[in-house]
Design a protein around this ligand. Structure first.
Ligand SMILES: *Cc1c(COP(=O)(O)O)cnc(C)c1O
Length: 408
């Protein structure tokens, strides 16, 4: 990626993406916008020129093949969204009425919705402070306890790699080995993240569970406009995933279907953009990691807690989020102060157990997730964020934190 001209283009992209200028004509610096500077136009033009724009197209096949190679799995099945990918993956792993799916209460609501669509019951698990991911040791202890008293065990753990930081997998793999509990990974935010130590050293997230899912929504590391992917090493599960995402239609000329499937296919147009984006993945990850490094270094003395970075993990740094220290302003005031200076920020998710659809769902703890929601703030992290723009974000942030630091 050539820094100079991507900087110029991203500045323009930022202006176009939000359309608004809030102070002195400066463009708003957006939270997370796509970076479309590769073969997107060329591949889209090929689609349009050939007339093959919908779901049976060579870009779908190519995108699936090259995605599987990039992530390190045998199979990849493209879907219309990350949520659709999770829905099908969870169903294939056995989620249905009467089954129990454990997942993180601190996540985007799609993680829980996808499980809910299958008819399964949910168990929401608090986060661990070390990674902000599902507290896998707490879950492990609870499963052991339930097994002892004859309680219901989860059938599936849906492990969300929150904000691109890998989940600590050993306790989950132990649950698989001891109790047959399957792991489905919600890697929507974590494309390119790896484990760097332990049994999974060198492996990318999405490849440790029986099935892994990714999202290509506009704010994710790569985008298809909207889309998702299921990855697996199991050929039969991949075949079933393709079948379910294409209305469960049997091969042949006729309209013969052997079960209730879904129209969850990714159009060729989206796959064309996705393939072009995938070609840029190493550069996009480099850019995101450099952004994270600059925030971490520049804010080292500020009254904020940086996002997790365990020494056994190589996060994707999809979105940089920090926690405001206890004696500083609250996130909503900071958000308004930064908005006034043209910087878009966002609070972290309200935990799922505090959302209307899941308010009465059984859970393990929740205080850590609530703290993350109370004190967390996500900063501009687009791959095209120019260092000058980032410097502006940092200066605005430090200035907004300043008055509170002087207070008794
Ligand atoms: C974005 C996201 C999803 C859903 O992906 P879509 O493509 O928007 O449907 C699921 N889980 C997590 C954690 C996400 O961040």
């Amino acid at each position: 990626m050539r820094r100079t001209d991507t900087g110029e283009r991203s500045r323009r992209l930022g202006t176009e993406a939000t359309g608004a200028t809030e102070d002195a004509g400066a463009p708003v610096i957006p939270l997370a916008v796509p970076h479309l500077h590769g073969n997107e136009w060329r591949y889209l033009r090929e689609c349009v020129d050939s007339g093959v724009v919908s779901s049976v197209g060579s870009f779908v096949d190519r995108f699936e093949r090259e995605f599987a190679t990039a992530v390190g799995t045998d199979h990849a099945v493209a879907c219309s969204s990350g949520t659709a990918a999770l829905h099908v993956a969870l169903r294939l792993a056995g989620a249905r009425e009467g089954a129990l799916v454990a997942t993180s209460t601190f996540s985007f609501i799609a993680s829980a919705n996808a499980a809910h669509y299958t008819g399964a019951d949910l168990l929401l698990v608090d986060s661990e402070s070390a990674t902000w991911n599902l507290d896998t040791e707490r879950l492990h202890a609870e499963v052991v306890r339930r097994a002892r008293v004859g309680g219901q065990l989860p059938d599936i753990v849906e492990a969300v790699h929150v904000l691109g930081h890998p989940t600590q997998m050993e306790p989950l793999l132990a649950l698989r080995d001891e109790f047959g509990i399957l792991v489905v990974e919600d890697a929507a935010e974590a494309l390119g993240a790896r484990w760097s130590d332990g049994a999974l050293a060198g492996r990318q997230v999405g490849t440790a569970g029986v099935l892994g899912c990714f999202s290509f929504n506009g704010n994710k590391t790569i985008t298809t406009g909207g889309g998702g992917m299921i990855v697996t090493d199991d050929g039969e599960l991949a075949r079933r995933a393709k079948h379910l995402t294409t209305q469960a239609r049997l091969d042949g000329a006729g309209y013969v279907h052997d079960e209730v499937g879904y129209n969850y296919r990714l159009p060729n147009l989206g796959a064309a953009v996705g393939l072009a984006q995938l070609e840029q993945l190493p550069a996009l990850l480099d850019a995101k990691r450099a952004i994270a490094r600059r925030y971490r270094e520049s804010l080292a003395d500020a009254p904020v807690v940086p996002p997790p970075h365990a020494d056994w993990a190589e996060p994707s740094c999809w979105l940089y989020a920090l926690l405001l220290g206890p004696d500083t302003v609250d996130p909503s005031r900071l958000l308004r102060a930064l908005a006034g200076r043209g910087v878009q920020t966002r609070p972290l998710w309200r935990p799922l157990h505090q959302q209307a659809p899941y308010a009465t769902t059984p859970r393990l703890g929740g205080a850590v997730a609530e703290h993350l929601a109370d004190r967390g703030l996500a900063l501009p992290s687009s791959a095209g964020l120019h260092p000058d723009q980032q410097q502006h974000v940092i200066e605005c942030l430090l200035a907004a934190l300043q008055p509170a630091r002087g207070r008794p």
